[in-house]
Design a protein around this ligand. Structure first.
Ligand SMILES: *Cc1c(COP(=O)(O)O)cnc(C)c1O
Length: 440
């Protein structure tokens, strides 16, 4: 690669992009944090908005040239409010992590204690401690205390959490903030059970809906703002319809602090092509979100049940495996999560390895954890239903249990994908889901 001329290098990059698209068109994408946007959202992301600046709030910009950008952003705000039944939304955070940082900055100070889920119990690195390079600790100086977690229920333990807060208060370390939500998120968190209790200690209660925002918008998961959360942060591209980005939804009374934290605090320009894409995605979600979210949850359950019937240790069995788009599988009876992730990739099945409860105590690490995590949002958006989930489980079994030749499974996967090349739950889909758009 190093020996290529600039002209050859630019050609090589373009050709790698194209090959990547072809690979995904022939694969089973099961990364729980990913999805595929509609052609309309993709159109927004290659528009000239990508090249402009519009710092500040629409109508009060720092830059000229924002006439149409402002119209789109006002529309985006209007649609975002409607989608999440929220008094206030800020569509400018450029990612879920940036949205979390806005909330940390607006409602806490460095040195404050925050209650958050640990990573093996589903938390995200942006909620993490400084010694793990977690964003909350490293960037904002928060001192993190983990919620007690019930691994059988796969959720936060309500009684033990209350006990822990009482003890923290006695020790003079009452948290200033409580963070719900996570990256392994099978069942709703106990927001309505805990929000009032936590607010009694003057904590700001945030719900990180990065993963489940599309299910919340579709009415198929808990509704954090109605259950007592003060704000919800999210990514716009996991179960939501993209493009990659972030958002905060909250109440009018918190709007000034959040606006200032987002700009000038956390962002300068806010990636206007993605803002426009969010507006289109929210409109799609308002129109098609309920049907989509219902199917996502059905598909996740169907995949979990099929894998369980093949002897995989699907977590959360006691509660029916999942109420979200995700399932988590303990794979230790076959190998480890890292090895299985690599094997499946060779068969065109894209999943990610996952730390599961008990891994750290058993000395397993992030490279060779005990589990894999699967998400069905993208397959659902490609039009798949329960019967296809059974086929997906069969492909996984062939690789992991039957140790079939991975290249041959890849060929079968490619054939299976032939009928699922368009994005569903959108207004128009002339372009294939992974069709490469050549402009140069
Ligand atoms: C993915 C994720 C994030 C980060 O979102 P980005 O948009 O990738 O910055 C934050 N919180 C949780 C719980 C997540 O799963």
């Amino acid at each position: 690669m190093a020996k290529l001329s600039p002209r050859e290098s630019h050609k090589e990059v373009l050709s790698l992009l194209k090959i990547h698209n072809e690979w995904f068109a022939n694969s089973i994408p099961l990364i729980a944090s990913e999805n595929v946007p509609s052609p309309a959202v993709r159109e927004a992301t290659i528009s000239d908005f990508a090249n402009r600046y519009a710092e500040g709030w629409p109508g009060e910009r720092v830059y000229a040239g924002c006439t149409y950008i402002d119209k789109v952003e006002f529309k985006c705000i209007e649609l975002g409010k409607k989608l999440f039944k929220a008094e206030f939304v800020d569509v400018r955070p450029i990612s879920g992590v940036v949205a979390n940082l806005s909330i940390y900055s607006a409602f806490s100070n460095p040195g404050d204690v925050m209650l958050a889920p640990s990573i093996p119990s589903g938390g995200h690195i942006s909620h993490g401690k400084k010694e793990h390079s977690g964003t909350a600790g490293l960037v904002h100086g928060l001192d993190i205390e983990f919620y007690p977690f019930d691994a059988e229920e796969m959720s936060i333990d309500v009684d033990k959490t209350k006990q822990k807060v009482i003890e923290l208060e006695k020790a003079g370390r009452t948290p200033k903030m409580a963070m719900f939500g996570g990256s392994v998120f099978l069942f709703p968190h106990p927001v309505k059970e805990l929000a009032n209790f936590l607010k009694g200690y003057k904590m700001f209660v945030n719900y990180d809906g990065a993963h489940v925002a599309g299910l919340i918008a579709g009415g198929q998961f808990q509704d954090p703002l109605r259950e007592g959360a003060d704000a919800m942060t999210m990514s716009t591209h996991k179960t939501l319809f993209g493009p990659q980005g972030g958002m905060i939804v909250s109440y009018e009374k918190y709007s000034e602090e959040i606006k200032k934290a987002t700009f000038p605090g956390m962002t300068s320009n806010h990636h206007l092509h993605h803002m426009a894409g969010k507006a289109i995605a929210f409109a799609e979600m308002l129109e098609f979100g309920k049907k989509y979210a219902v199917q996502v949850v059905k598909n996740a359950k169907a995949l979990a049940e099929a894998l369980n019937s093949y002897g995989f240790g699907v977590l959360g069995e006691k509660r029916g495996f999942t109420k979200s788009h995700q399932i988590v599988v303990n794979v230790l009876s076959f190998s480890d999560g890292g090895k299985i992730e690599a094997d499946l990739e060779k068969a065109n099945i894209i999943v990610n390895r996952q730390l599961i409860p008990g891994d750290i105590k058993a000395g397993r690490n992030y490279f060779h954890p005990g589990g894999i995590r699967l998400g069905v949002a993208e397959l659902t958006r490609l039009g798949m239903k329960e019967s296809e989930m059974k086929e997906v489980a069969r492909f996984i079994k062939k690789v992991v249990v039957d140790k079939k030749d991975k290249k041959r499974v890849a060929v079968e996967v490619k054939k299976f994908r032939k009928d699922f090349q368009k994005v569903h739950y959108c207004f128009e889909n002339k372009l294939g889901a992974y069709e490469y758009v050549k402009l140069s």
